[in-house]
Design a protein around this ligand. Structure first.
Ligand code: NAP
Length: 504
């Protein structure tokens, strides 16, 4: 029995399609464990794993519980593990078969809801390859398991990627909206499960001192960096079909942009927040083919040797063609055409095999208007910036100028830091806890709506079209372990700016 310290979610059954996969093992079960540990799961709760492998419930439980124990480590709470063991089930079969697997699921749902006295609230987690999303949702609905009624709900979480371009995202949305209500669809972007990402809203709208300067009158430009030090590892086959732009920009990076740039919502209701986010996505200036040439940069990493370690070129990764033209780096200069942001460039970049794992949003403010210190040793003024560090460390830094002590007027730059873990203590989380909980309580604020997904692809698809029509001729064009191709530096230099790389 778990102790309920907080408001526990609604009693329900979670049905995971793709329960034998990596996401279930590394994220979903650990996230459920942490939720239960903090009292956020109801006592009347069960999990049904669904996969294509014919496994017995016992062998699925054995595997998943052993994975959970090794994930949590020595502090694992054995009573809690047992609690999960008692309410985890499995059924397997052919996803293409209209009947057999889905009637097994139906029978199992009847059994577990009886056993654990759960009302018929179900949420389906699609931890499966995206090409199966619509097909599986269809079969759930056809078998009478998708319709909500008075007294119980049915919700569907779809993993990313949601479409691979505008056309496929529209098709998927329309297929799902034919069988489900929009309020049943939860398009997940796990970036929004991160505390710092959620804190952007609190930082901006829970304080009165930042909002007055958060606009074109004070902000010179914004830089968003989502850098990874790792290469593509064993995911070469998947990654080569996606590339950096598809993999990171229409989802994670655009979420960061919308939270940074949106107007204050009228409330924290899901649609009030998402309406404001959607307006930002619609205000991003679309690229003409010429803009794609002038305002975007793509790159692919080459081999390199760093501190005695040799790093392979992308083209040498397993399952990546030796002549691959897939980008592992993308940088864009975006404009948001609205009253608040007109004329303020938003530079964004993302890449694999960069010097460090590092996600930041940097708000660069304009220079002070008047050089008061002309006759002193200060020959240039530092500019102010606020940096929201999203990962690996979650913190916020304000950068400003201060007088260096001494008889002369000399200026130094200093940082004021707020560090999440120093202040609030370390919290262990996978980033999925909040999102799973929100789905169970019916709060879709942190999930993408159909119009947001399509507005994102409207921006990205024209870039992909030009990149596909004109394959890069200079790949590989940056060395593994560096900050990307020189063209990305030039993109900012032509505006008199520079990427800020070392802002720990
Ligand atoms: N892993 C992550 O950290 C992560 C992060 C973000 C998004 N995602 C998304 O989450 C989803 C699942 O990712 P994953 O990493 O868990 O993938 P995975 O390890 O490849 O597992 C996918 C699951 O789907 C099943 N599956 C694969 N092909 C199938 C088919 N044709 N018919 C029926 N079942 C099939 C697999 O069954 P078998 O075990 O039998 O192969 C497995 O249970 C994907 O949409 C992915 O893009 C994953």
């Amino acid at each position: 029995m778990i102790e309920t310290k907080q408001k526990a979610a609604d009693p329900c059954v979670m049905v995971i399609f793709g329960a034998t996969g990596d996401l279930t093992k590394r994220k979903l079960f650990p996230a459920l464990y942490y939720l239960a540990k903090d009292g956020f799961l109801p006592e009347n709760f069960a999990i049904i794993g669904v996969g294509r492998q014919e496994l017995s419930g016992a062998s699925f439980r054995k595997q998943i519980i052993s994975d959970l124990k090794s994930f949590i480590g020595k502090d694992v709470d054995r009573k809690l593990v047992k609690w999960f063991e008692d309410r985890t089930y499995y059924t397997g079969g052919d996803f293409d078969d209209d009947k057999a697997l889905f009637s097994d699921i139906k029978n199992l749902l009847d059994e577990v809801t009886n056993t654990h006295e759960i009302p018929k609230n179900y949420f389906y987690y699609m931890a499966i390859p995206p090409f199966l999303f619509s097909n599986v949702a269809n079969k759930i609905v056809k078998n009478g398991l998708g319709k909500q009624d008075e007294g119980f709900w049915r919700r569907f979480i779809f993993e990313k990627p949601f479409g691979k371009d505008l056309e496929s995202a529209k098709k998927l949305n329309s297929e799902l909206l034919e069988i489900l209500e929009e309020n049943q669809i939860y398009r997940i972007d796990h970036y929004l499960g991160k505390e710092t990402v959620q804190n952007i809203l609190v930082f901006r709208f829970g304080n009165s001192i930042f909002e007055p300067i958060w606009n074109r009158n004070y902000v010179d430009h914004v830089q968003i960096t989502v850098a990874e030090d790792l290469g593509v590892g064993t995911r070469g086959g998947y990654y080569d079909k996606a590339g950096a732009l598809r993999d990171m920009v229409p989802n994670h990076i655009f979420q960061l942009i919308t939270l940074t740039a949106m107007e204050p919502p009228v409330s924290f209701e899901a649609d009030a927040v998402r309406d404001e986010q959607a307006k930002i996505l619609q205000a991003i200036q679309l690229f003409s083919p010429e803009d794609v040439l002038n305002k975007t940069v793509r790159g692919q990493y080459d081999e390199n040797e760093i501190n005695g370690e040799s790093l392979k070129a992308y083209r040498d990764v397993e399952n990546v063609p030796a002549n691959s033209n897939t980008e592992t780096y993308a940088a864009l200069k975006l404009s948001i055409d609205n009253w608040r942001w007109a004329g303020v460039p938003f530079y964004v970049r993302t890449g694999k095999r960069m010097p460090k794992k590092h996600t930041t949003i940097l708000i660069q403010f304009k220079k002070a208007p008047f050089m008061l210190f002309r006759d002193t040793e200060i020959d240039h003024l530092t500019t102010n910036r606020i940096v929201l560090h999203i990962q690996p460390d979650e913190s916020i830094t304000l950068h400003f100028g201060a007088k260096i002590p001494g008889p002369l007027v000399k200026m130094g730059t200093v940082d004021m830091d707020f560090d999440y873990s120093e202040h609030f203590g370390e919290t262990v989380s996978t980033g999925y806890e909040r999102l799973l909980y929100d789905c169970m309580v019916g709060d879709a604020t942190l999930f993408q709506r159909a119009d947001m997904v399509e507005a994102s692809w409207c921006v990205v698809s024209p870039i992909l079209d030009v990149w596909e029509a004109l394959p890069a001729r200079n790949f590989p064009n940056y060395k593994a372990g560096t900050w990307g191709p020189k063209e990305a530096d030039e993109l900012l230099e032509s505006d008199g700016h520079k990427w800020k790389n070392n802002i720990d």
